[in-house]
Write a protein that binds this ligand. Structure first.
Ligand code: F6P
Length: 322
C-alpha cells in the first residue's frame, strides 16, 4: 500500500510523534508512506512526496508539524474534493492517515463516503473536543503550558492584590479552560458549557471571596464563553464595579512547544495503530482513548455532539477557591 499522511487544521504538539509512528509502522509492514504538505491544501495542489523512515529522525520531541498544516475552507466543496481524489489516485495513494480535529475528520469522512478513499483519523487538536475520545493530541501539552503561565501570573496577582482574567483557547469548548482552572487553583472559570449564568455568578463569587479576605484572584476565561472573551468580561467588570484588573490572553503560546510525554506516547500509539488497522483492511475510522485504552470509532462519529467538560469540575473550581 501507499499511505498518505497529512496534518490539518491547527497544529498541535504530538502531531510529529503520530507522523513518525505512522511512517515507521508503514515501513515495518512493507508499505510506502507519503507525506502530504499543508493538509488538504496540499492534497488539492498535489504537494506530496515519499516520506522515508529516516526523514522522521528527531521530530518526536518537536512541537508543530513537520508536514505543515492549513485551514482549507475550499475542501467543503464537493468538486474540490474530487480534485483532491484525482491527485491521490495520480500519486497511487491507496489510503490516508489524517491527523487533525473536527473539521479534518469531517473532510476525511466525506472523502471516504463519496470516493471510497480508505481514511484513518488521529485526533490532533489542543481543544480536546472530539466525541469518542477522552484525549486529543496537544491537549495535555497545552494544558501544562497554560498552567505554567498562570503560575507566573499568580505571583504578580498575589503580590499586587489584583484580579487577573486569563483567556485560554478552546474555540467553542471549555475543556482546556476548566482543566486549566482546576490545575492552577483559579478562583473561577467562565466557559461556554457552564450551566450557570456565568457573569452574575462570577461577580457574586468574587465579592464573597473579597469579604472572606481574599485580595487576589485569577479567573480563567474560555475564548468561546457566552459572556464574551476575557477583554469583554474585563471591560464589563471595570464598568460595573470599577475594578483595577488585568487581562492576559495566552493565545498561540498554548499551541506551540515540545509535546508532553503523554502526547508523545499517544501520538506514537495512534500513528502505529492507524497503519496497522489500514493494513488489516479497516477503513473509515478514527482512533481515541477511552478510559485509558485505545479506542476505534467510525469516522461518522465525528458528527455526534461534542463532549462537554464534566459539570462537577467547573463547580469544584469555586468550592476549592474559598
Ligand atoms: O483548534 C485549535 C485552536 O487553537 C482553537 O483553540 C482556536 O480557537 C483556533 O485554533 C485558533 O485558530 P488560528 O490559529 O487559525 O487562529
Amino acid at each position: 500500500m501507499r499511505i498518505g499522511v497529512l496534518t490539518s487544521g491547527g497544529d498541535a504538539p504530538g502531531m510529529n510523534a503520530a507522523i513518525r509512528a505512522a511512517v515507521r509502522q508503514a515501513d515495518a509492514l512493507g508499505h510506502e508512506a507519503w507525506g502530504i504538505r499543508q493538509g488538504y491544501q496540499g492534497l488539492l495542489e498535489g504537494d506530496m512526496a515519499p516520506l522515508p523512515s529516516r526523514a522522521c529522525a528527531n521530530i518526536l520531541q518537536r512541537g508543530g508539524t513537520v508536514l505543515h498544516t492549513a485551514r482549507c475552507p475550499e475542501f467543503h466543496q464537493p468538486e474540490r474534493r474530487a480534485v483532491a481524489v484525482a491527485n491521490l489516485r495520480a500519486a497511487g495513494i491507496d489510503a490516508l492517515v489524517v491527523i487533525g480535529g473536527d473539521g479534518s475528520f469531517r473532510a476525511a469522512e466525506a472523502l471516504q463516503r463519496e470516493h471510497g478513499i480508505a481514511c484513518a483519523g488521529i485526533p490532533g487538536t489542543i481543544d480536546n473536543d472530539l466525541p469518542g475520545t477522552d484525549r486529543t493530541l496537544g491537549f495535555d501539552t497545552a494544558l501544562n503550558t497554560a498552567v505554567e503561565a498562570i503560575d507566573r501570573i499568580r505571583d504578580t496577582a498575589s503580590s499586587h492584590g489584583r484580579l487577573f482574567l486569563v483567556e485560554v483557547m478552546g474555540r467553542s469548548s471549555g475543556m482546556l479552560a476548566v482543566h486549566t482552572a482546576i490545575a492552577c487553583g483559579a478562583e473561577a472559570v467562565l466557559y461556554p458549557e457552564s450551566p450557570d449564568d456565568s457573569y452574575e455568578t462570577l461577580v457574586t463569587h468574587l465579592h464573597t471571596n473579597w469579604l472572606r479576605g481574599k485580595r487576589s484572584s485569577i479567573v480563567v476565561v474560555a475564548e468561546g464563553d457566552s459572556a464574551g472573551n476575557a477583554m469583554a468580561v474585563g471591560d464589563r467588570l471595570r464598568r460595573d464595579h470599577g475594578l483595577d484588573l488585568r487581562v492576559v490572553v495566552l493565545g498561540h503560546i498554548q499551541r506551540g512547544g515540545s509535546p508532553s510525554a503523554l502526547d508523545r506516547i499517544w501520538g506514537s500509539r495512534w500513528g502505529a495503530a492507524a497503519v496497522r488497522l489500514l493494513d488489516a483492511g479497516q477503513k473509515g475510522f478514527y482512533l481515541g482513548e477511552v478510559a485509558g485504552a485505545l479506542a476505534i470509532q467510525p469516522l461518522a462519529r465525528v458528527l455526534d455532539p461534542h463532549p462537554v467538560p464534566p459539570g462537577d469540575l467547573g463547580e469544584l473550581v469555586g468550592v476549592l477557591s474559598r
